[in-house]
Design a protein around this ligand. Structure first.
Ligand code: FES
Ligand code: MG
Length: 576
């Protein structure tokens, strides 16, 4: 552990403590304007409480209160808290997808931490992209930081059934389309599906990414599964405030925590939890910020070493995040895979080994023992082939096993709106064997790579009882979704990836065991089609959309902006 800093070594000292300078005098005058006496803040670590609370974000409703608990902890430990509201990424409401704005929040977080008198930060978030965005920003600013996961909402309920947010929305919507659920029943479900503040309580992207943050070592131990409205969540927030003050004194920065070993452990964790495919993109981007080169091949390699032990929907079939929490949470889960982890690496609170010590699983059906896994290998497989030269992913544990090796004729949709409008049209001749293909839904084409990847099953097939088909796209899929959906095809069709050349009727072969996805069309024919293809115009001519279009990278490299990815020199905000 780094030696403790003296007050004059704190970053904030430059703003508040450098005597004899007009700007120091002015900063202290303005602190008086804010209502503080010098003894309340001078010589104390300034802790930024970076808050993604907003009226529009139901997953973060409680974070306004939690920020108060964080501040309580900061004061207790002798720090000085300042809250920084940052933009909110609400998975439900932000269109076309908050993924378009992940890098914007990352950039905002980085620049706030850098440009203000901040010695350490507490980052509050949890709805899907908030977690990677905040951590990417903190990693690039490299200011000591601890993450407070928003926590899962309470389990949903309807007529004696437990409902998982997202997952059961898709499921019952299809049942309604199949004629098995009335309008009235669907309305009832609306009140039961999401019944408290907090992020989705399935092992969707939110739970996956907050677990990844914990596995990386950026949260307090056990923090990620505490239900949002549990009193323990408030206690964890206060403890995180105290932790941030300690981090300010030791100077333990993200660059010390976010090592290659940490990212390998996060990947192993995500795979063993049966987590969201979105984690592939986010972890690659987060690692890039820390100067760690994480690739799709790392995911596929590690997937073969770790079984899925978390029996949490949708990868597992039964439980929700509250059950996972009561079964012992992430420390208990990690205690079952210690042979696969790097135990002596640092975290924001001790080594990983120290964090897991004494953890025990309290329910073997929720967190399975190694000899009785939910699935024998990790939840994500990486595919290659002439349709996806730079890779594609599939969450094969959430697919119908008989479809994992399948050849069928393509039915191609050029964009999402056309697909929505025509999917139920019997003229398309879609059968259960067809391979549904959606293109122009990638990082540039979406734009923002929306979660369109779980293409709907046509109504006539739903009524025949079909519940899964092979679907392929350059889109992402919600972590709460399921089915035989090949996602993240790279390069995407919008930039001329081979997906752009597929035509309805072409045979496509998926073979998950062999890790291949193939378009069975002769090379000469594909070359002919390529010669006819011309790139579509950029989606946006101006503003953030144009910056995004210019800078966004493909899915296999994490969809970061080229100018943000990787470490590098930035101007010293206090120079001159
Ligand atoms: Fe926020 Fe699912 S909508 S986590
Ligand atoms: Mg989601």
């Amino acid at each position: 552990m780094t030696a403790r800093r003296r007050p004059e070594e704190l970053r904030s000292h430059q703003w508040y403590g450098a005597e004899g300078q007009l700007r120091t005098w002015s900063h202290n005058a303005r602190m008086r304007q804010l209502g503080y006496e010098a003894e309340e803040y001078r010589g104390r670590p300034v802790i930024a409480v970076v808050n993604t609370w907003s009226d529009i974000n139901p997953c973060h409703t409680h974070l306004r209160d939690r920020a108060q608990a964080v501040k309580r902890g900061v004061w207790q430990a002798g720090g000085f808290p300042l809250e920084f509201p940052v933009s909110t990424l609400s998975e439900t409401y932000q269109k076309p997808t908050p993924m378009l704005y992940r890098n914007l929040l990352a950039m905002e977080t980085e620049e706030l931490l850098r440009s203000y008198p901040v010695d350490a930060a507490v980052l509050l978030g949890g709805c899907d992209k908030s977690t990677p965005a905040l951590l990417m920003g903190a990693a690039s600013a490299d200011i000591p930081s601890v993450f407070v996961p928003a926590g899962p909402m309470l389990p949903g309920h309807w007529r004696g059934e437990t409902l998982g947010s997202g997952t059961d929305m898709w499921k019952y919507w299809d049942e309604h389309r199949a004629g098995n659920l009335t309008d009235c029943e669907l309305r009832e479900l609306q009140s039961g599906l999401a019944r408290s503040p907090g992020h989705c309580m399935t092992m969707g992207t939110a739970s996956t990414m907050t677990a990844a943050a914990e596995a990386l070592g950026m949260t307090l131990p056990g923090a990620s599964s505490i239900p949002a409205v549990d009193s323990g969540h408030e206690r964890m927030a206060a403890a995180s405030g105290r932790c941030a003050v300690e981090l300010a004194w030791t100077g333990l920065a993200p660059s010390t925590v976010l090592t290659r070993e940490a990212f390998e452990d996060a990947v192993t964790t995500v795979l063993g939890l049966g987590g969201s495919t979105n984690a592939v993109i986010h972890l690659i981007a987060m690692a890039g910020r820390a100067g760690v080169r994480l690739t799709l091949d790392d995911f596929d390699r590690l997937a073969r070493t770790v079984p899925v032990l978390a029996n949490v929907r949708p990868g597992g079939r039964t439980y929700l995040m509250e059950d996972f929490h009561f079964a012992g949470g992430l420390p208990a889960f990690l205690s079952r895979i210690t042979d696969l982890l790097h135990l002596d690496r640092p975290t924001v609170g001790g080594t990983l080994r120290e964090r897991i010590e004494g953890a025990a699983v309290h329910d073997d059906d929720v967190i399975r023992p190694r000899d009785n896994p939910v699935a024998p290998e990790g939840g994500v497989a990486v595919l290659r082939g002439n349709l996806c030269p730079d890779g594609a992913v599939i969450k094969h544990i959430a697919a119908e096993p008989q479809l994992l090796k399948h050849t069928g004729p393509a039915v191609v949709f050029d964009d999402y709106r056309t697909m929505q409008r025509t999917i139920d049209d019997p003229e398309l001749g879609i059968t259960a064997d067809s391979v549904l293909v959606l293109r122009n839904a990638g990082p540039k084409g979406g734009p923002g790579m929306p979660e369109y990847g779980m293409l709907p099953i046509p109504g006539h097939l739903l009524r025949q009882g079909v519940r899964d088909m092979v679907r392929i796209s350059d889109a992402r899929m919600s972590g709460t979704s399921y089915g035989t959906c090949v996602l993240h095809i790279a390069p995407e069709s919008y930039v001329g990836g081979p997906l752009a050349l597929v035509r309805t009727g072409d045979p496509i072969t998926l073979d998950v065991e062999a890790r291949t996805l193939r378009l069975d069309v002769p090379d000469e024919e594909l070359a002919r089609r390529r010669a006819e293809w011309s790139p579509p115009p950029a989606r946006s001519e101006r503003g953030y959309g144009a910056l995004y279009d210019d800078q966004i990278t493909q899915a296999d490299t994490g969809c970061d902006f080229r100018f943000l990815a990787g470490p590098g020199r930035t101007a010293d905000p206090y120079a001159g």
